[in-house]
Design a protein around this ligand. Structure first.
Ligand code: CU
Length: 369
């Protein structure tokens, strides 16, 4: 079996060597090379172009492949960077073009298949590009004429994959370290009046090149009357949303009243939380847990509720037990999963990833992710 596999791999390797040595391609007109725009490592997203810097021959089509749930854009320009978010260009696009800007808009795969965005490079030059929602996602495409001195050193698929894998590997350590650090953060708890406690749950974590849409702790047990502050410690926006939000833009759904009671009835929504310099942007929201039960919640930007009620993506669970006198046995009982509030059970959360697709031609602002 191994031997059989070795043949095609060797053939591919040989093709790569030939490309690297300038023997192929004589013309790049039919050549399509793939670059990954972000990827997943375990529970984390790596927000990098893999690799960031690419050298190709004039006529090459570069295909950006997006497989992670985190959306990305491929937005490139010649000369001055675009001032606002440029209009979306359908794939395949060509570059440079009359406006000297190409923008894929935010792309996320809708199923198991990769989403792709193709750009054909018709003219030698050096072109910078970026993702409109991830500040560290930048790269440069260097396009060389086939007869230029540097052309024999242009990238082929093997060299792109090798550098992409190296960058992904190094970012995977960053992601793992950060997730381990995040998971080890003890839950902050303070005493409240009447013997109640106030807990803090952290929504999501990120590093320069990675993010994980998970909560710390993912599951927390409190007593009736306790409060929880949900907080996004990073620039990534998250929500804590109990009950059944209406479909629509998660960024437009108004927050509940501060301190709102979660008791299994109605919608209790934190609003969008993120820690950014803008003082008008909330980064935390407090809720009160008034009734024993098990309450599941979602981030409606990074999670969704499927038609059968299953939650996917970023979510958490709060178990509320009956209030006990200090030292008394835990009498919490009668725990039942919260039902989706009598809705038809059709999709009740439209995640931002889905929304991003719908709004591909729209006006998502740069800070949204
Ligand atoms: Cu989120």
């Amino acid at each position: 079996m191994k031997r059989m596999l070795a043949v095609p791999i060797a053939a591919i390797a040989l093709a790569g060597v030939m490309a690297g040595s300038g023997l192929s391609p004589a013309s790049a007109e039919d050549q399509t090379l793939t670059v990954r725009a972000g990827d997943a490592v375990g529970e984390s997203s790596v927000n990098l172009f893999l690799p960031a810097n690419v050298t190709v021959i004039t006529g090459t089509t570069l295909r950006w492949a997006i497989s992670d749930i985190e959306p990305h854009s491929v937005t490139m320009f010649a000369g001055a960077p675009p001032a606002g978010e440029p209009p979306v260009d359908p794939s395949p696009a060509t570059f440079p073009n009359a406006k000297n800007v190409v923008n894929s808009g935010l792309i996320v795969p809708s199923g198991p298949a990769k989403a792709t965005y193709d750009v054909k490079f018709g003219k030698a030059g050096s072109y910078d590009y970026f993702c409109i929602i991830h500040p560290n996602m930048t790269g440069t495409i260097t396009v060389l004429d086939a007869n230029s001195a540097g052309a024999p050193g242009a990238d082929n698929q093997l060299s792109l994959d090798a550098r992409g894998n190296a960058a992904l590997n190094s970012a995977s350590f960053e992601a793992k370290d950060d997730l381990a650090r995040f998971r080890a953060i003890p839950t902050a708890v303070v005493a409240k009046t009447g013997g109640a406690k106030g807990y803090t749950v952290l929504l999501g974590t990120e590093t320069a090149n990675t993010q994980a849409n998970v909560n710390q702790p993912a599951k927390l047990t409190v007593q009736e009357g306790d409060t929880i502050i949900f907080k996004s410690p990073s620039v990534v926006p998250h929500t804590a949303t109990f009950g059944t939000p209406p479909p629509g833009d998660p960024f437009a759904l108004p927050a509940s009243k501060p301190g709102a009671a979660v008791d299994g009835t109605g919608l209790v929504h934190s609003g969008v939380l993120e820690t950014i310099p803008d003082p008008s942007q909330a980064n935390s929201f407090e809720m009160t847990f008034t009734k024993a039960g098990t309450y599941k919640y979602s981030c409606i930007i990074h999670g969704a509720i499927l038609p059968d009620g299953t939650r996917v993506g970023q979510q958490g669970e709060i178990v509320v037990t009956a209030r006990t006198a200090p030292g008394a046995p835990n009498t919490g009982s009668g725990i039942a999963a919260v039902s989706p509030n009598g809705t038809s059970g059709l999709i009740v959360v439209i995640g931002a990833m889905v929304l991003a697709l719908a709004m591909a031609g729209g006006s998502l602002v740069y800070s949204r992710r």
